[in-house]
Design a protein around this ligand. Structure first.
Ligand SMILES: C[S@@+](CC[C@H](N)C(=O)[O-])C[C@H]1O[C@@H](n2cnc3c(N)ncnc32)[C@H](O)[C@@H]1O
Length: 199
C-alpha cells in the first residue's frame, strides 16, 4: 500500500512542535485522537523519546497509520486504537495528554460535545488537551480561505464545519477544563491548550 500523505501536516508539524515542546515532559502517556495518516505521531513522538504516543482513529485509517509507524520504527508509538467519538469507548488508559489536530471541524457538533464530556470524565486533574485547527471567533471567520474551506466542508457533510472558539471553550469549561492558552498558528489555525481542573 502507498502511504497516505498530508502536505498540510508537513507544513504544520514543526510549528506545532514549537508549542507542545513547552508542555511535554518525558515519561508521560499521550492519546492522539483522529491520527489521520500518522504523520504528527511520527514527527512528534521522535522528538520526545520516552513519551508514549498512542495513535487512534476510525478503523478505515488504520492501515495507513500502520504503514507510517512501520517505517518510523519508533518504540514509543503505540496503536492505532479504534476510537470513533460517538461510537467507541474512550481508550482505557490513564493519559497525561490528549492531542488532536483538524478533527473538530470534521466531527459533528454533537460528536464534539461527546468528546469534551469523555475528556472531562476520563482525564485526571492536571492532564492537558491540545486541540489544533481552524476556529471562528465571535461567529466570524478569521480569513477568506477559512470561509471557503467551511463551505467545502458543509457541501460534503452539513454537520461538519469550523467551530466557534467560544463554543469550544464553553463546552470544555463545562466538562471541567481551564483554557491555558490559545496560540495563533500559521495559515489561520490555532492551537488551544486546556488543563483538567480538580474533579
Ligand atoms: C482532516 S482529518 C485530520 C487528520 C490528522 N489529525 C491531520 O491533522 O492531518 C480528520 C480526522 O478525524 C477523524 N475523525 C472523524 N470523525 C471522527 C470521530 N467521530 N472520532 C474520531 N475521529 C474522527 C478522521 O478519521 C480523520 O482522521
Amino acid at each position: 500500500m502507498n502511504k497516505p500523505y498530508s502536505a498540510a501536516v508537513d507544513r504544520n508539524k514543526d510549528p506545532i512542535y514549537q508549542v507542545v515542546k513547552q508542555y511535554f515532559l518525558q515519561n508521560k502517556l499521550l492519546l492522539e485522537i483522529g491520527s489521520g495518516t500518522g504523520q504528527h505521531a511520527v514527527y512528534l513522538a521522535e522528538k520526545f523519546s520516552s513519551l508514549d504516543w498512542v495513535t487512534s482513529d476510525v478503523e478505515e485509517n488504520h492501515n495507513g497509520i500502520k504503514e507510517w509507524l512501520k517505517d518510523a520504527k519508533l518504540k514509543n508509538i503505540k496503536g492505532p486504537e479504534t476510537f470513533k467519538v460517538g461510537i467507541d469507548d474512550f481508550p482505557k488508559k490513564s493519559f497525561d495528554y490528549v492531542f488532536t489536530a483538524n478533527t473538530l471541524h470534521i466531527m459533528s457538533w454533537k460528536e464534539n460535545k461527546t468528546l469534551f464530556k469523555l475528556l472531562g470524565k476520563r482525564l485526571r486533574e492536571g492532564a492537558l488537551t491540545f486541540i489544533y485547527g481552524p476556529f471562528n471567533f465571535g461567529g466570524n471567520f478569521t480569513s477568506d480561505s477559512n470561509e471557503e474551506f467551511d463551505k467545502l466542508l458543509k457541501d460534503r457533510d452539513p454537520k461538519s464545519g469550523i467551530r466557534n472558539f467560544e463554543d469550544v471553550s464553553k463546552a470544555m469549561s463545562a466538562a471541567g477544563f481551564k483554557l491555558l492558552k490559545d496560540y495563533e498558528m500559521p495559515s489561520n489555525n490555532r492551537l488551544l491548550v486546556f488543563e483538567r481542573l480538580p474533579h
